[in-house]
Design a binder for this molecule. Structure first.
Ligand SMILES: *Cc1c(COP(=O)(O)O)cnc(C)c1O
Length: 408
């Protein structure tokens, strides 16, 4: 367990795990209360450096804000990535509060209201249209405001990606316009006063299989080349999605980023540059950028035995970190990596089960984990909490206070 890359990414100081150079027990005093989320600024920067060093230079990097919309995180990333992808009006506002220019913000997601679309057109962000109805509404809003909306078509591809934790493309979907309808939609759009920039395909999330991601990217490029023939002008934007996964469990092998990068380089030189010379080519990532850079810190409130099993009861739970309980998209519940922060150098001595403070058996954070002997007051840290942690959790459930979030 201690060999998990998530744990080894964080430094240790004086027997304690540290985040952003501060031992977690000291950080807990600084924050003033547990539980809390802590994100490591240095790890975020290093993650982007890794992506920049590995991916071909012709690829733009976009951050999908919904993975972690904390304003300080988005602000930090604004100086490191090329663009932001947002999925609500509030995410859009958070993105626009940073120095990122509006024309480098794109707005995706089904069910955008006319009010949200109006805000997006007025802001000058790119709207990734998810349906034909949305296209009509955007055109009408642009006419009313006297602004030519910047749009792209989110395409629901005619293929599926294998190995994704969550699938968002292929078959019938609430996402995007079916690829076979796109030629007709493009003809209609040519008559409307819209600046049609290009295409966006996002077919799946949390994929650890490089060969599946490569295949999806190849097929996405083929599809875009086919669809470009019906576009009213040159394609200036091609968003290939992402879906790069991170290892959550002992047996997960990290994604082979080098293999994905080599495939992208081949596609850029062999197909995209010759076929779509004006396209800005974008990979958009949420989880891969922030997921491993954050921890959820809780304190042990109770330690009890029940019929031979040792339970450590912490002051946090699934209301803040739903994914660690196995209830956010997982089919089979497996433990996320966790550790006793203030005993990080001690050897495992016992098997304990870590549970949250909610009155439901779903609130299981670590089942039968090998740990040093932990006492009341010790700090349990859950790793891989930087993406889809607080933002994807039912904070109102059981009416406990919301946790703090810090960027260190
Ligand atoms: C959620 C989302 C992403 C980010 O997905 P990750 O798996 O976190 O990288 C990217 N693009 C779109 C359109 C999304 O909805």
């Amino acid at each position: 367990m201690t060999a998990h890359s998530a744990i080894t990414a964080f430094a240790r100081e004086a027997g304690s795990l540290s985040v952003g150079g501060i031992p977690v027990d000291r950080l807990a005093e600084r924050v003033g209360s547990t539980p809390f989320f802590a994100y490591d600024r240095g790890l975020l920067t290093r993650r982007i450096e890794l992506l920049r060093a590995t991916l071909p230079s012709g690829i733009d990097l976009s951050y999908a804000v919904k993975a972690n919309p904390m304003p300080a995180v988005v602000q930090h990333l604004s100086g490191l990535v090329d663009s932001f992808d947002v999925a609500s009006a509030l995410e859009m506002r958070t993105a626009l509060d940073t120095p990122m220019p509006a024309n480098r913000v794109s707005f995706a997601g089904p069910g955008k209201t006319s009010a949200e679309l109006t805000q997006a057109v007025a802001a000058g962000v790119t709207i990734e249209m998810e349906s034909e109805n949305e296209a009509d509404r955007v055109a009408a809003i642009g006419e009313r405001l006297g602004i030519r909306p910047r749009v792209a078509i989110r395409v629901n591809p005619d293929f599926q990606v294998k190995g994704s934790g969550m699938r968002l493309g292929g078959g019938p979907q609430q996402f995007g316009i079916d690829s076979e309808r796109v030629p007709t939609v493009l003809k209609d759009l040519a008559a409307a006063d819209l600046d049609v920039l290009g295409f966006h395909v996002f077919a799946g999330s949390q994929n650890l299989r490089a060969e599946s991601i490569c295949e999806a990217q190849r097929r996405t490029v083929e599809l875009a080349l086919r669809l470009a023939a019906d576009a009213p002008g040159p394609i200036r934007y091609l968003n290939l999605g992402g879906g790069f996964g991170i290892p959550y469990h002992d047996k997960d092998e990290p994604l082979d980023l080098g293999a994905v990068a080599a495939n992208l380089a081949e596609l850029l030189d062999g197909a995209i540059r010759p076929g779509l010379p004006d396209a800005r080519v974008v990979i958009e990532l949420g989880r891969y950028i922030v997921g491993e850079c954050g921890v959820y810190v809780t304190r042990i409130v109770d330690r009890k035995q029940s019929r031979g099993k040792t339970f450590l009861v912490v002051d946090g739970g699934l209301h803040h970190q739903l994914a660690a309980s196995g209830n956010f998209g997982q089919v089979i519940r497996r433990n996320y990596p966790l550790a006793i922060a203030n005993r990080i150098d001690q050897d495992a001595e016992e098997t304990a089960t870590v549970v949250g403070c909610l009155c439901t058996p779903l609130d299981l954070l670590g089942n039968d984990v090998s740990l040093p002997r932990a006492e009341i007051g010790d700090l349990v840290v859950l790793f891989q909490a930087g993406a889809y942690g607080l933002t994807a959790s039912p904070t109102a459930f059981l009416s406990h206070p919301a946790p703090a979030e810090v960027l260190v």
